[in-house]
Design a protein around this ligand. Structure first.
Ligand code: ADE
Ligand code: ZN
Length: 341
């Protein structure tokens, strides 16, 4: 398929994004603008020099820059602007449903109150629901390089807002911070009505995916690339319809794979795993949803049926109601049918 044709097709697909860190959508231009109005001097003297620093050899090198960038977010308006910028961007790409992560500890550990951070994000999501017709779910992520005790404090701080938060996740430095470290706080989170997900098998071993399933009892795995090293795990994912939220451009940027041609998404589809395409931290990895679909499709030569399956999976694996899911899946099928007529 020609590049321009592929771009056009991908643009038109109604899409769901299930793996997006709102702090990872912080574009350098907005970062400089917010830093200036908050009288914060960034370590980089220009947008260009900041962008040049976006060369990573692994997850940790990225996380160091990502946490530093988030430090300029101080006021509710800052969190609102960050979230609104992401939502208008994905709206332009025909993303109609998002399930986004936020990392409270990145902010509360700097003295920003939970409600300042939360209200900014929440108000932007509500505005997008009303004005852009984007539905959403919100996932609070615990930072796994910190202690379980610190995660418990975050859970406690979230409780006044728990009717507005759909789930909890687990992110940050994976190696050496296995899911088992957070077994108790995930149990307590579930008791408070939160759905559960966790990053596992991005850099860490298949064993961490087993732990996320068996100890944390997650309903979805974020990334999960490493499952392919363990055939019995693959069988379990297929049998229990456990979705993986894959992030192709992130995997290349963080050297989880060396090049896009090595991405496992086609192999996973072939095995019947419920895989979805997502952007992770688009401002840092150079790709929102369309770019992730496009780069993957191009490198792996995905056909129309595979693209349709990926789009359907995005809604299937979402936390939308059964009726809303069915409606969106019909829209996806109608769209692909319209292409062949
Ligand atoms: N936080 C933001 N992006 C992340 C990723 N890809 N893995 C782990 N933690 C993250
Ligand atoms: Zn992630």
């Amino acid at each position: 398929m020609e590049s321009s044709e592929l771009h056009k097709i991908i643009q038109g697909i109604p899409k769901a994004e299930l793996h997006l860190h709102i702090e990872g959508s912080f574009e350098p231009e907005l970062m400089f603008k917010i830093a200036e109005r908050n009288n914060i001097v960034l370590t980089y003297d220009s947008i260009e020099s900041l962008k040049k620093a976006y060369q990573f050899n692994n997850l940790q090198e990225f996380l160091d820059i990502y946490y530093a960038g988030a430090q300029v977010l101080i006021h509710e308006q800052d969190f609102f602007d960050l979230t609104w910028a992401y939502l208008t961007k994905v709206h332009s790409q025909n993303v109609v449903h998002v399930e986004i992560f936020f990392d409270p500890q990145t902010h509360t550990d700097r003295g920003i109150s939970f409600d300042v951070m939360f209200n900014g994000i929440y108000k932007a999501l509500e505005k997008a629901k009303n004005e852009l017709n984007i539905s959403y779910k919100l996932i609070m992520s615990y930072l796994r390089h910190l202690s379980e005790e610190a995660a418990f404090e975050t859970l406690e701080a979230s409780l006044p807002f728990k009717h507005l938060i759909d789930g909890v996740g687990l992110d940050s430095s994976e190696m050496g911070n296995p899911p088992s470290k957070f077994e108790k706080v995930f149990k307590a989170s579930a008791k408070n009505g939160y759905k559960l997900v966790a990053h596992a098998g991005e850099e860490g071993p298949a064993e961490y995916i087993w732990e996320a399933l068996d100890l944390l009892k997650v309903v979805r795995i974020d990334h999960g690339n490493r499952c392919l090293y363990d055939e019995s795990l693959v069988q379990r994912l297929v049998k229990e319809k456990i979705a993986l939220t894959l992030c192709p451009t992130s995997n290349v940027a963080l050297k989880v794979i060396q090049k896009m041609e090595e991405h496992p998404v086609a192999q996973m589809l072939e095995k019947g795993i419920l895989v979805t395409i997502n952007s992770d931290d688009p401002a840092y990895f150079g790709g929102y949803m369309n770019e992730n679909y496009y780069e993957t499709a191009k490198a792996l030569n995905l056909n129309i049926d595979q693209l349709m399956q990926l789009a359907i999976n995005g809604f299937e694996a979402s936390w939308l109601s059964k009726e809303a899911k069915e409606k969106r899946i019909i829209e996806v099928k109608d769209y692909f049918n319209s292409l062949s007529t």
